[in-house]
Design a protein around this ligand. Structure first.
Ligand SMILES: [Zn+2]
Length: 153
């Protein structure tokens, strides 16, 4: 069992704030330039619903279902681009929480998609890596163009 440093708590708080402001349902540390295996998520999207912020440190996939599910995914690192991605419908994850306790939980629905998408970020993988080459090229080209426009401003 590890202990969580003050810096990591601060980072998690900042990431949650960034995610809610975006708004997004998940944000991984590498997306904000920090090479730590950590991400935050909250898949509660309904207005007026109680937020369920989750902080997952060193997450590991311990099981995935054979059943697959398709969601239209987006990503804060790829603004305004969305595409259908097929992933296991359920996933069991083990991680360390912000109090340094090991947790294990099975996720389904949007939560399952979100945890798998965020763990991919920790491995340097983006949702567009799952797309057919043509669709991926289209999005990549748009991103290059967008980056060029932003650099000019
Ligand atoms: Zn993402």
């Amino acid at each position: 069992m590890g202990s969580v440093s003050k810096e990591l708590r601060k980072l998690a708080d900042d990431m949650l704030q960034t995610m809610y402001e975006a708004p997004g349902i998940g944000l991984a540390a590498p997306q904000v330039g920090v090479l730590k295996r950590m991400f935050v998520m909250d898949c509660i999207k309904e207005e007026n619903a109680t937020p369920e912020p989750n902080i997952l440190i060193n997450p590991e996939v311990t099981w995935v279902s054979e059943d697959m599910n398709t969601y239209e995914e987006g990503c804060l690192s790829i603004p305004d681009q969305y595409a259908d991605v097929e992933r296991p419908a359920e996933a069991r994850i083990r991680w360390m929480d912000i109090d340094g306790k090991v947790q294990e939980e099975q996720f389904d629905g949007l939560w399952a998609t979100c945890v798998q998408h965020e763990i991919d970020h920790l491995d340097g993988k983006l949702f567009i890596d799952y797309l057919k080459p043509l669709k991926r090229q289209m999005i990549t080209r748009k991103m290059v163009k967008l980056k060029r426009e932003m650099a000019r401003e």
